[in-house]
Design a protein around this ligand. Structure first.
Ligand code: NAD
Length: 262
């Protein structure tokens, strides 16, 4: 057995939701370590600015919506035409809402379209990016790295311990957990690995606007370490998954042993 070096240097990666939070930290770490990155995010995001900071030879911003086949295909075409291939896809684009199924105090039902929207972006969007990425990765030469690609998705601990108001978000993250193994099985014949990270509480713009005191309190919910995760700790796990070929078809909690309360 000879260990093959799978350092991220020289790889080409697509990161969705790459303009902010966990996705942005992933883009920055991959570029820092020699990967070239197509950053995919909504046109309204900071993508253009972040990509410019990283330099156009390292990072290209492609605006679009993960639920659109046209938009995702356009980003993959950029990976191919500008960087020549696609080795890694990291799905970080996602949205969340907090709405009760039925709010008896306000006598208000959870609007169905809001439920559908979260499922559409988080589940259908992630799947859309996976299927189109797999098609492009399958064109890679397997001999070089003994695999054609790696796909990494982002669930949440809410897939297991959804809190009050998280029916839609938890359902969507549970779906990402559930589809990880079957997709890994589907793509095993293409020599493509599929993994999912289920983060606990991370300090991203999602939480960043909260007062310091509230963030500290949130962080203390984790047994150890009693703090919010740093986005680069998420990115570090992405890198480890890319580098370690035995990781496949599994979901890894990255959460300081937190178990969310109702
Ligand atoms: N921050 C946390 O504590 C935490 C915990 C568990 C899971 N997560 C998950 O991690 C992922 C990233 O979260 P984050 O905290 O970095 O959030 P974030 O809001 O900072 O980043 C998400 C990015 O996704 C983009 N996006 C949203 N909808 C999109 C769409 N339809 N098409 C393309 N891009 C879209 C947004 O523009 C944004 O830049 C999400 O899936 C989130 O559910 C985050």
């Amino acid at each position: 057995f000879k260990m093959v070096s799978r350092a991220v240097g020289g790889l080409v990666s697509l990161v969705t939701g790459g303009a902010s939070g966990l996705g942005r930290a992933t883009v920055e770490r991959l570029v820092r370590n020699g990967s070239r990155v197509v950053m995919f995010d909504l046109p309204s995001s900071d993508g253009e600015k972040v990509a410019k900071e990283l330099g156009e030879n390292n990072c290209v911003f492609c605006p679009g919506d993960v639920t659109s086949t046209e938009d995702v295909s356009a980003a993959l075409d950029v990976a191919k035409s500008k960087f020549g291939k696609l080795d890694v896809t990291v799905n970080c684009a996602g949205i969340g809402i907090a709405v009760r199924t039925y709010n008896m105090h306000k006598k208000k039902l959870h609007p169905l379209d809001q439920f559908e929207r979260v499922l559409d972006v988080n589940v259908c969007g992630t799947f859309n990016v996976i299927r189109l990425s797999a098609q492009m990765m399958n064109q890679n030469d397997i001999s070089e790295r003994q695999e054609k690609g790696v796909i990494i998705n982002t669930a949440s601990v809410a897939a297991y311990e959804g809190q009050i108001g998280q029916a839609a978000y938890s359902a969507s993250k549970g779906a990402i957990v559930g589809m990880t193994l079957p997709i890994a099985r589907d793509l095993s014949v293409c020599s493509i690995r599929v993994m999912t990270i289920a983060p606990g509480l991370f300090e991203t713009p999602l939480l960043g606007s909260l007062p310091e005191k509230v963030k500290n309190e949130l962080g203390k919910q984790a047994p150890f370490p009693q703090r919010l995760g740093h986005p680069d700790e998420y990115a570090q796990l992405v890198q480890t998954i890319i580098e370690n070929q035995m990781l496949n078809g599994e979901v890894i909690r990255l959460d300081g042993a937190i178990r969310m309360q109702p």
